[in-house]
Design a protein around this ligand. Structure first.
Ligand code: FES
Ligand code: FES
Length: 163
C-alpha cells in the first residue's frame, strides 16, 4: 500500500507492506531511531510517539493507520520548550540510567504535564504506570517529573497547547 503522512513536520510518502508497524516505519523508513522498541507488544511504552498530538504506541499501530496524519517522534521535540525543561530535570534528578526507556518516558511526561495530571507523586506514578524502566529508575523519574511541573509552572515555558 502507499501512504503519505507528516513526520516531524516533513511530508513523507512510501510504499509499504500492509503489516508494517509505525515503529518500524519510523525507524527503518525514516531513520529516526530515537523511537525505541522494547516489548513490541504495547506494554512497555518505549515506542511512544505523538499522532496528531496524542501519544500512541508505535509498535502496535500500523503505519497504514496513520495515513494523512501528523506524527512527531522524540527527534521532532528537540526544540520543544516543555521538553527542554523535562530534559533538564531528568538530567538533574538522575531520571535516566541506560536511557532506553527515556524517549517514550519523556513523551509521556510531557503529555501528562500538559494535561495537568502530575499534581502529586501518586498522580505522577499513575500517569507513568504504562511506561516501564528496566533500570527501575522510577524514583528519579518521578522526582524529575515533579521538578519539571514546578519549573514549567514558574516560568510558563510549557509551550504545550492545552485542549
Ligand atoms: S515497544 Fe511498544 S509498548 Fe513496548
Ligand atoms: S533508564 Fe534504563 S530502561 Fe529506563
Amino acid at each position: 500500500m502507499k501512504i503519505a503522512l507528516t513526520v516531524n513536520g516533513a511530508q513523507v510518502a512510501a510504499e509499504i507492506e500492509d503489516r508494517l508497524t509505525l515503529a518500524d516505519f519510523i525507524r527503518d523508513h525514516c531513520g529516526l531511531t530515537g523511537t525505541h522498541l522494547g516489548c513490541e507488544h504495547g506494554v512497555c511504552g518505549a515506542c511512544s510517539v505523538l499522532v496528531d498530538g496524542e501519544p500512541v504506541r508505535a509498535c502496535i499501530t500500523l503505519a497504514g493507520a496513520v495515513e494523512g496524519r501528523e506524527v512527531v517522534t522524540i527527534e521532532g521535540l528537540e526544540d520543544d520548550a516543555a521538553m527542554a525543561v523535562i530534559r533538564e530535570c531528568f538530567s538533574e534528578a538522575h531520571g535516566l540510567q541506560c536511557g532506553f526507556c527515556t524517549p517514550g518516558m519523556v513523551i509521556m511526561v510531557r503529555d501528562a504535564l500538559a494535561r495537568g495530571r502530575c499534581r502529586s507523586e501518586d498522580e505522577i506514578r499513575n500517569e507513568l504506570a504504562g511506561n516501564l524502566c528496566r533500570c527501575t529508575g522510577y524514583a528519579g523519574i518521578v522526582k524529575a517529573t515533579g521538578m519539571a511541573r514546578d519549573r514549567l509552572a514558574r516560568t510558563d515555558r510549557s509551550g504545550v497547547t492545552h485542549s
